[in-house]
Design a protein around this ligand. Structure first.
Ligand code: E4P
Length: 219
């Protein structure tokens, strides 16, 4: 499973990309606003920090302007994926941009039928929002499972990008379902590797090692 980092914060991206575990980045207008940066400038900088896709979202809501914005965002760097919302105009824009060879991430997906249409429109990625469904009493991961089942029935190339991930359990469930990608906030990535027994065990190993007076690097 690929991991995308869900942030427009270049410090977080720089720190976590150094692990080699970050396969791409997703942003949205709220994340750009939180960065306090100019969108074009920050997307350009991010595209230089990772090799994988960097999602940059259009903010127009009508077809003509979504396509115009998408074409402009695509010019920033070759690894930009244009993000469009899952609306009537967004699906049309997806089809147009995809037909031009642009990688398109269709976002704000909350049903499997929406995901089906995005795949038919040529989306490279579909972004179902697990956490936001949980927030209103739904079961977000059931949506992911439904989309994977529907896509597996056909020859769709669209990758399932699990979004609105709130914690390690979402990541584990996504991996068990075979989702292609999870886009994860930095805090959740860190929560994936932290374990109190790892810390406790390491403390004991180091303490015992120090008693030996040895050093592996000592000549
Ligand atoms: C990413 O593509 C989505 O915009 C993001 O995961 C939404 O997450 P949120 O529901 O925590 O805002």
């Amino acid at each position: 499973m690929k991991f995308f980092l869900d942030t427009a914060n270049v410090d977080e991206i720089t720190e976590l990309a150094s692990t080699g575990l970050v396969d791409g980045i997703t942003t949205n207008p709220s994340l750009i606003a939180a960065s306090g940066r100019n969108m074009i400038e920050v997307i350009k900088e991010i595209t230089g920090l990772v090799d994988g896709p960097v999602s940059a979202e259009v903010t127009a809501t009508d077809y003509d302007n979504m396509v115009a914005e998408g074409r402009l965002l695509k010019q920033i760097a070759k690894n930009v994926a244009v993000k469009v919302p899952l609306t009537f105009d967004g699906l049309k824009a997806c089809k147009t941009l995809a037909d031009e060879g642009t990688s398109v991430n269709v976002t704000l997906c909350f049903s499997a039928t929406q995901a089906l249409l995005a795949a038919k429109a040529g989306a490279t990625f579909i972004s179902p929002f697990a956490g936001r469904l949980d927030d209103i009493g739904g079961v977000g991961m059931e949506l992911i499972s439904d989309i994977i089942e529907v896509y597996s029935n056909y020859d769709f190339k669209t990758e399932v990008l699990v979004a609105s991930v709130r914690g390690p359990l979402h990541v584990l469930q996504a991996a068990r379902m075979g989702a292609d990608i999870a886009t994860v906030p930095a805090a959740v990535i860190k929560a994936l590797y932290k374990h109190p027994l790892t810390d406790k065990g390491l403390e004991a190993f180091i303490s015992d090692w120090e008693k030996t007076g040895q050093s592996i690097l000592e000549k």
